[in-house]
Structure formats: structure tokens, C-alpha cells
Design a protein. Sequence first.
Length: 179
Amino acid sequence: MSQVNIGLTEEQRHGVIELLNRDLADLYLLLIKTKKYHWDIVGPQFRTLHTLWEEHYNALTINIDAIAERVRILGGYPLGTAAGFIEYGTIKEHPNDLPNANEMVVRLVNDHEQVIRNLREDIDKSGDEYHDQGTADFLTGLMEQHEEMAWMLRSFIEGEKLQSSGDRSGLETKPTVNA
């Protein structure tokens, strides 16, 4: 790590860089999985999911670059190898497995939710433990994007569960009205 004087100790910067590299690894693994599913999708949902996943992997590509640049801003070096991504990442691969469209969506929802949980922890650590509010703010923006991607994917799954009558019972909670 190079010398950087931005109001954080070397230990604080190093801690944040470790968090960012784990996030970078997860996003890269999620990018690979999203792109693979984009290539492999078949069936009636092809066009919808093929297009959605293209949007997602394009956003992931931009975010991966932003995380790597944040690491450099803090004086560190981002991970940049498949071995590093696998070692640091929490996203699980499914080699030699070709699931159906719904299972692809379920797996991506699970991965985005894993990323969201990790980002929540990293936001707290960045701000509270490492006193780097800039990184906490940066990670909050990433988390919000993953929340939206997960919501879009969950909405697809919920749409598959709808009864032919359009019955949504069991899919939503009704607000409680206080009298």
C-alpha cells in the first residue's frame, strides 16, 4: 500500500481495502454467473431474462470498476485474478450445472441477497470501525442497486407463482389498518 494522507490511519485504510476486495470478488463472481445464465437461458422466459441479465451484468461491470478504483483511491491494489475472486468471495459457483430458468433466477436472487447482507456489514464497519464515511456512502449506493436487482428477480419468481386467476394470496402481506 502506498502512502496516503486522507485522514485515515494505515490500519483503517487496510481494513476498508479488505472489505472492498471481498465485495469486488463477490461482484465479479456474480457477474460471471449472470453472464453465464444470460448465455444459457432457454424457454418462454428467454427474451425477458436475456435482456434483464444484460442490464444487470452491464451495471455489475461498472460497479466492479468503481470498487477497484475506490481501492486505488485508498492506496491499495484491487484483486484481479480468478483465484483471488474465488478465495475472497462468498458467492458460490455451480460448475457443470445448467439449471432451468426459474432456478437461475432463484440462485441470482440468493446471490444478490448475499451481496446485500455483506454490504450492510461493510457499511457499518467502514463508518463505525474504520471511520471512512466516504466508503460507507459508496457502499450504500451499491447496496441500493443490488436491492433493486434482487427485487426485479424476486418479482419474476412471484409472477411465476401467480394462479391463472391472478390470485396473489400468499404472495403479499396486507397493511394493517389501525382504527
